[in-house]
Design a protein around this ligand. Structure first.
Ligand code: SIN
Ligand code: FE2
Length: 202
């Protein structure tokens, strides 16, 4: 297993775990995911559209609307979510060493002005499994806080190819993305950032 480059509040960061060619081929795989399951703009439970566009691969997709946050077996268009690409599963294997595969790969796309407020990932059944996050494209200011809302936080710029693991004592830390630095990567052609989060749901 690779060694983390550094830790932020107990969260290991593997800087540049994916090299340029691995990033490019993963993006090709993800274009296939988006072709099968187009990006959507979920609503928060309060009915506000999220600035991040989303889709998923795997057995479940993460979804949100006025009925709340949840995992769904199908894209809102009615189709099953496409399979999680092998290139993405390989990252999960590399940093977790687990035999259990993730049930969901949530794909978040951050265009201009998109951000993600502080939250916990807590819609999964078993918090003993980690959440693995992969950054592709423009740099993002990632903030990590505490198990409870508020309090001290620390931020780190995540770059394309970086992988972060939220597991163990860090599994339920609040986290979010304050902003994206546009034009810091040429990977996606039209700019923006993709973040993948891999989750065991059941
Ligand atoms: C998330 O918490 O779902 C996304 C984190 C990120 O975009 O880096
Ligand atoms: Fe999250």
């Amino acid at each position: 297993m690779p060694e983390p480059t550094f830790w932020v509040r107990g969260v290991p960061v593997f800087r540049g775990l994916l090299d340029g060619s691995a990033q490019a081929s993963m993006v090709e795989d993800l274009r296939g995911v988006v072709a099968a399951a187009p990006l959507i703009s979920p609503l928060t439970p309060r009915g506000k559209p999220m600035s991040v566009k989303m889709t998923s691969a795997g057995k479940y997709g993460w979804y949100s609307d006025r009925a709340g946050y949840r995992y769904e077996r199908r894209h809102p268009a009615g189709v099953s979510w496409p399979a999680i690409p092998q290139s993405v599963l390989a990252v999960w294997n590399s940093v977790t060493g687990l035999r259990r595969r993730p049930d969901c790969c949530l794909l978040n796309f951050y265009g201009t002005g998109a951000r993600m407020g502080m939250h916990q990932d807590r819609d999964e059944a078993d918090f003993s499994y980690p959440v693995v996050s992969v950054s592709l494209g423009d740099d993002a200011l990632f903030r990590v806080g505490n198990r409870t809302r508020g309090g001290r936080t620390e931020s780190v710029w995540l770059s394309s190819g970086d992988v972060v693991v939220m597991g163990g004592a860090a599994r339920l830390l609040h986290h979010g993305v304050d902003r994206i630095r546009n034009g810091t990567s040429a990977l996606l052609g039209d700019g923006g950032r993709i973040n993948l989060t891999l989750r065991v749901v059941d």
